[in-house]
Design a protein around this ligand. Structure first.
Ligand code: AGP
Length: 608
């Protein structure tokens, strides 16, 4: 959501902080700031808007020194104006704090601090931390931070520096990711590995409850009771080129076009064609445990929730296990039927989504085994699940998820194949699915060739104010995902619906102004969806039909046709996603929207 960066070392911190903030700008981007120790005291610079604004402020009024901390903000408390941008300073200017998350008891703490004479300058919950740490400071910054955090309710990833104990950055996490980057003669702190990757690949992921004391040539981790903690060092394996645009106008376009490779990477070494199954090293489920599963709950948010809907269909059709899909944000506030014979599959690109993480913890608390389908290696969900399947889709920078979605569906297909072959699925059918998966990258490549036609269609509909997306069976979740993509980045209202359900309400919306996207490949429900297309045409709606064959029954029903290659019914939503993503992308670009950083959204939603 927001981004945190810190540097401590022999050099001036500012360039490191700015570079890190730029690399994290995709995560949260309504304001930014830095604070440095300049040798005698703390100085801050902040600006509303993009990092370029902060850069301009720093050029006009430079500051130098070390250590330094920086932040990009995604507003929760108070509008995105300079006074609410982080870092926040304590009353006497000796403590500076950056914070991701929400301090839930900030109102009470604020009142108490105001009672002690502290004057608040911002509307944020974070400012209480700065004053509280100043109030509790008795000589060592880490002691004051620990003392302050004991009084705080809520979630946080924080970085703190103080002019009264200037040789360190103190960081702490509870519900918001942070890692230490280990450099040579210098150390880093970041909420996202991309922020420090040009300087080091050696990182220490902090756990919830950890407090880190980072000096230029060493670091240590303690817990909230000041007890030392051992944390292992991990190596970041991906490359910087993967988080650069590589000649594409936007990350989103690059990521759409990467899909033949990203899904190949999700499958690499996992498909066993001759046995019609999959090998998944990290699931940590024995044959007996797999056989004992009575029911499956899949929990996720947003795009990941859409892939879960496809997974539900896979698991019920092929493994014959009752499966339910739950919005992670709702899951823990009801009384779900989850026990030790339940497998809870948790899907998250970032591995940090607060709602999804909380749902996973709740499922564990109820005795379920958890299986994480996660893209970001070392993320919290990946570290806390009982077993997992990494997506290996590579870093996804565009806020609108594309390649992670298709890789999630692939991972679900692989897991289903493994489970189903143990339970109900014949080797013949297993082989057929494995071969179809193996052939998929080439089909995605072919679907991408349709980009120019999709762009022409986008030109015609770029000024539409509403869109309907309809699909049936496996392609209903694809329709939901197509609608989500469009609204996220173009700000056009779009709804996804099961095509046959349209006549029970949304059909009232159809008129000559209403574009309706049908995801209608030639599958087992094709004839059914043709009737739904007729219903729209009969009311003057404009149809954009994603289909896979020349079909006489479609003659005269398609205002626009987008042709995609065919595969098994269950894998069609993966292929159909390509034109759906491209349509959203081109419409958004033609409307002049900021595709990679759409308004109000953040890549990783770490608040509830
Ligand atoms: C996707 O385009 C969205 N930006 C959003 O719905 C996202 O899928 C959701 O926030 C869940 O994120 P996660 O997969 O990282 O958990």
């Amino acid at each position: 959501m927001c981004g945190i960066i810190g540097y401590i070392g022999p050099n001036d911190a500012t360039p490191y902080l700015l570079e890190g903030l730029r690399r994290m700008e995709y995560r949260g981007y309504d304001s930014a700031g830095v604070a440095l120790y300049n040798g005698t005291g703390l100085e801050i610079r902040r600006a509303a808007g993009k990092i370029a604004k902060l850069d301009a402020v720093l050029t006009a009024e430079p500051i130098t020194g070390s250590p330094g901390i920086g932040h990009t903000r995604w507003a929760t408390h108070g509008p995105p104006v300079e006074r609410n941008a982080h870092p926040h300073m304590s009353g006497d200017g000796t403590v500076a704090v950056v914070h991701n998350g929400i301090i839930e008891n900030s109102t009470v703490l604020r009142a108490a601090l105001e009672g002690l004479g502290y004057v608040f300058k911002s509307d944020t919950d974070t400012e209480v931390l700065a004053h509280l740490i100043e109030e509790l400071f008795e000589g060592r910054l880490e002691d004051a931070v620990v003392d302050a955090l004991r009084r705080v309710e809520g979630t946080y990833g924080i970085a703190v520096i103080s002019s009264k104990d200037p040789g360190k950055i103190v960081a702490a996490r509870k519900g918001s990711p942070l890692l230490i980057g280990i450099g040579e003669g210098a150390n880093f702190l970041a909420s996202d590995a991309s922020a420090i990757l040009t300087h080091t690949r050696q990182v220490v992921y902090l756990n919830d409850g950890d407090v880190a004391v980072i000096e230029k040539d060493r670091y240590r981790v303690i817990d909230i009771d000041a007890q030392p903690q051992r944390r292992s060092v991990s190596r970041i394996e991906w490359d910087l080129s993967e988080i650069e645009r590589g000649g594409y106008d936007h990350f989103m376009l690059k990521e759409i076009f990467e899909q033949p490779r990203s899904i190949e990477n999700t499958m690499r070494g996992r498909l066993i064609l001759e046995d019609g199954t999959a090998k998944l090293g990290g699931i940590n489920l024995s044959h007996e445990q797999l056989m004992k599963i009575d029911n499956i709950v899949i929990t996720a948010c947003g795009t990941s929730w859409h892939s879960a809907l496809i997974g539900e269909l896979f698991l019920e059709e092929l493994a014959r296990i009752p499966t339910e899909v739950e919005y992670a944000s709702e899951f823990r506030y009801r009384n779900p039927i989850v026990n030790e014979r339940t497998l809870c599959i948790v899907i998250s690109q970032s591995g940090e989504t607060a709602d999804t993480l909380a749902a996973m913890r709740e499922a564990k608390r109820r005795g379920a085994r958890t299986l994480g389908l996660v893209n970001v290696v070392g993320s919290t969900i990946a570290r806390e699940d009982d077993g997992g399947v990494y997506l290996h889709a590579g870093p996804e920078i565009g806020v609108a998820s594309t390649k992670a979605f298709t890789s999630q569906v692939i991972a679900l297909a692989l897991f289903t194949l493994k489970l189903a072959r143990k339970r109900d699925l014949s080797v013949v059918r297993g082989r057929e699915i494995a071969q179809a998966l193996d052939a998929l990258p080439a089909l995605i490549e072919a679907a991408l060739k349709g980009a120019p036609e999709v762009e022409r269609i986008a030109e015609e509909f770029k000024d539409a104010t509403n869109f309907l997306y309809l699909g049936r069976g496996y392609n209903f979740p694809a329709a939901l995902e197509g609608a989500l993509k469009l609204k996220e980045i173009s700000y056009i209202h779009a709804e996804g619906y099961p095509a046959a359900e349209m006549k029970h309400g949304p059909i009232a919306l159809i008129d000559e102004q209403m574009p309706v996207v049908f995801v209608a490949p030639h599958d087992s429900v094709f004839d059914k969806i043709v009737s739904n297309i007729q219903e729209v045409k009969a009311r003057g709606g404009k149809t954009i039909v994603i289909t896979s064959r020349d079909e006489p029954s479609l003659a005269g029903l398609m205002d626009h046709e987008i042709r995609i290659p065919e595969t098994l019914d269950m894998l069609m939503p993966i292929v159909a996603s390509v034109p759906l993503q491209l349509l959203a992308y081109y419409i958004a670009v033609k409307r002049g929207a900021n595709v990679d950083q759409p308004r109000n959204l953040a890549k990783s939603v770490t608040v509830e």
